[in-house]
Design a protein around this ligand. Sequence first.
Ligand SMILES: Cc1cc2nc3c(=O)[nH]c(=O)nc-3n(C[C@H](O)[C@H](O)[C@H](O)COP(=O)(O)OP(=O)(O)OC[C@H]3O[C@@H](n4cnc5c(N)ncnc54)[C@H](O)[C@@H]3O)c2cc1C
Length: 391
Amino acid sequence: MTDRAFLDWPFFDPSHRTLAGALDAWAAAQVADLHTGNTDQDCRTLVRRLGDGGWLRHAVAGTAFGGASDAIDTRAISLIRDTLARHNGLADFAFAMQGLGSGAISLEGTAEQRAAYLPRVACGDAIAAFALSEPDSGSDVAAMQCRATADGDGYLLDGEKMWISNGGIADFYVVFARTGEAPGSRGISAFIVDADTPGLEIAERIDLIAPHPLARLRFRGCRVPATRRLGPAGSGFKLAMRTLDLFRISVAGAALGFARRALDEALTRATMRPMFGGVLADLQLTQARLADMAMTIDAAALLTYRAAWQRDQGRPVTREAAMAKYMATEGAQRVIDGAVQLFGGLGVVTDVPVERLYREIRALRIYEGASEVQQLIIARDLLRAHAEPRP
Ligand SMILES: Cc1cc2nc3c(=O)[nH]c(=O)nc-3n(C[C@H](O)[C@H](O)[C@H](O)COP(=O)(O)OP(=O)(O)OC[C@H]3O[C@@H](n4cnc5c(N)ncnc54)[C@H](O)[C@@H]3O)c2cc1C
């Protein structure tokens, strides 16, 4: 039984506690056991169920467009991911991508763009994707080469996008491409591209250690009307960073959910596994491991919900969000590895929960800013603050 005492922390409002309790019960009944082996189909089913359950409303902004509130509530989306990841990693993925894929529309879309896409995302009718990375530009986003050339009343997209989650099942992609107003990061714009637009093709589907839909996209003379550009030309890099900022803390939430599940599994196993005339949990080295796991989770949760609370107060969170993502994802990897160790041979059997968690956590240390990038963000912010004149 997961320890839910953290919900009493002062970072949360009563509405957050209600949300977490209701989602926990819903997820246990609706998504915990959904693993058919057909990842695309499972994802579609999960988006539909999450939409029907009303949970996707939290992933988009604007009550007029199907959102739960006018600005995305960082504590709500972090708690949702914390809870879903504990029950089913793919359900967390499905929720997260509806938010990340439509995030640039929530942040910068015109009323017409928001009306056309957000209500469908919020009810699970449309699957969203975020297409920023390229084969030669991942951490170094500004090096992107995919280009959008002005052509009459629109643009022609040419190039490739790599590692695109929901690639192959998405109904639309928010695509970032070079429009050339200025060199580097100042010459990039964002576009909404419907999946059936001629000139957009799925060049390759990519299999992952923890399966979710992922693809390389190819654009060849793909025509997008200017009305589908998000924000002013040349502002796409900033929009991509704002979108990632919005969801970075929730990645820490997902890592917490995976780690909490691993601790639950470890406690159950350690208290039942007969060993040396008692059970595994009687051994002090086991107790030391369990103590480290619980402490790592609480430390990561404190950083995560501090950052989420601070963001919801409208305060800058650059350093706090990076600390949360770095600590929660790295910590969850250690917690899950500890759980696998406690399970012994059973821990490395395909598809037992701790083995699945071991595969599921790995990518979180890489995407939406690798751990090294988070370290740089924290250090730069520290050094900047240190250099400022003191009162
Ligand atoms: C499962 C998964 C899903 C993804 N989904 C999406 C998606 O939906 N949309 C999208 O656009 N992208 C997506 N990505 C791409 C993801 O954002 C990139 O993988 C990530 O930004 C890293 O880029 P890269 O893979 O090109 O690695 P590289 O940029 O080549 O980096 C490799 C490694 O270098 C190290 N590194 C990076 N910067 C520094 C530094 N400054 N100092 C020292 N070391 C450093 C890090 O360890 C990093 O892991 C996804 C990736 C994965 C794995």
